[in-house]
Design a protein around this ligand. Structure first.
Ligand code: SF4
Length: 351
């Protein structure tokens, strides 16, 4: 059986041709899957009963199973999801006034092991398939009834942030496939400007993301120099800040219109001094990167020894970056009460 969600258009067309079907069938099925949100072949009423039976024999069409869900006081919605092999991940929906972002996971666990990250404390089990990645977004559209068949007028499920469990560029092929399905204009049609991939800096794949997807890029930087970064992100011993910034230059040669967001977790007494901010400014100026910063209040979790920076320190840090011409908003922590905020996802004991 082939998982139909996650096949590229080309792959779907060629499997159908192998079954003796004309290529327009692939377009019809694509439309049912990604425009109508069909959850079974039975719903595909403009396809003959005979072909629907054949599709049922050849393909699976599954959404992940919802094991548990929680909605936080600020309406952040988190699901613990299970795939057919019993592996579990978390997906989070962060609604705003007029839009909302689905934070998708790309791996069960993570091999990067950032010291501040709850997910990173859970060992890597496996990569998710392209279908398992994109079906998280589709499941949120199901829950919020945002397919054309529903009477719902709102269109809140609009953005994708690839920032859930896992390092997306350790699963680059499947992530690229999933993002190309998400942004296909004949299907889910999510604008590339509404998709952000966040990486700890897996250098060889950064230009590939620009070339193959054109989505926005965020780098988990979290420190202004290698000495500090290596203390909290062991991956920095493999890919140094200078190599990451060179790869960012490559990205911006291809995707010229987009700023790169540098995520910066504010850790009390570790990376939050004015000198740290000045070092960051010097780094960005040296590499001439169109950059903006996202200052993230640290969300403590049980067993982690870091503490959040005080509001005053965060404010002063932000001002120092702004003085040098960089946007540096402080991200509002969302879903903190349900451990749905950045770096807090974990599938083993969650919710
Ligand atoms: S921050 Fe991201 S890359 Fe680092 S351990 Fe957590 S999930 Fe993995």
């Amino acid at each position: 059986m082939i998982e139909i969600i996650g096949l590229t258009k080309k792959e779907l067309t060629s499997v159908l041709e192998e079954m003796g079907e004309k290529s327009f069938r692939a377009k019809q099925i694509w439309h049912w899957l990604y425009v109508q949100g069909a959850k079974s072949f039975e719903e595909m009423t403009n396809i003959s009963k005979d072909l629907r039976n054949k599709l049922t024999e050849k393909f699976t069409l599954n959404r992940p199973k919802i094991v548990t869900e929680q909605i936080s006081a600020d309406k952040t919605h988190k699901w613990l999801l299970e795939f057919t092999d019993g592996q579990r991940i978390e997906t989070v929906f962060i609604p705003e006034e007029e839009h909302g972002a689905v934070c998708v996971s790309t791996q069960v666990g993570c091999a990067v092991g950032c010291k501040f990250c709850h997910t990173g404390s859970q060992k890597i089990t496996r990569n998710l398939t392209a279908g398992e990645i994109i079906s998280q977004f589709m499941l949120v559209k199901d829950v919020y009834a945002e397919w054309p068949s529903s009477s719902q007028d709102n269109r809140l499920v609009s953005n994708i942030v690839v920032m859930g469990m896992g390092e997306p560029l350790h699963n680059a092929d499947n992530v690229i496939k999933a993002l190309n399905i998400a942004t296909d204009q004949d299907g889910l049609a999510v604008s590339k400007r509404r998709v952000t991939l966040s990486t700890s800096g897996i250098v060889p794949h950064i230009p590939e993301i620009a070339r193959e997807t054109g989505v926005k890029l965020a780098i988990s930087l979290h420190a202004p120099n290698n000495q500090k970064r290596s203390q909290i992100m062991p991956i920095n011993d493999r890919y140094k800040i200078e190599e990451i910034l060179s790869a960012c230059q490559e990205y911006q040669k291809i995707v010229t219109s987009r700023y790169i967001t540098f995520e910066y977790l504010m850790l009390d007494g570790f990376n939050d001094s004015l000198q740290d901010a000045q070092e960051l400014v010097a780094l960005m100026k040296k590499y001439k990167i169109g950059a903006k910063f996202n200052l993230i209040p640290f969300n403590p979790w049980p067993g982690c020894h870091f503490k959040p920076s005080s509001n005053n320190r965060v404010y002063a840090f932000s001002k120092e970056l702004e003085k040098a011409g960089f946007a540096a908003p402080v991200r509002t922590a969302r879903g903190q009460d349900i451990l749905a905020a950045c770096g807090q996802l974990k599938s083993k004991k969650s919710v």
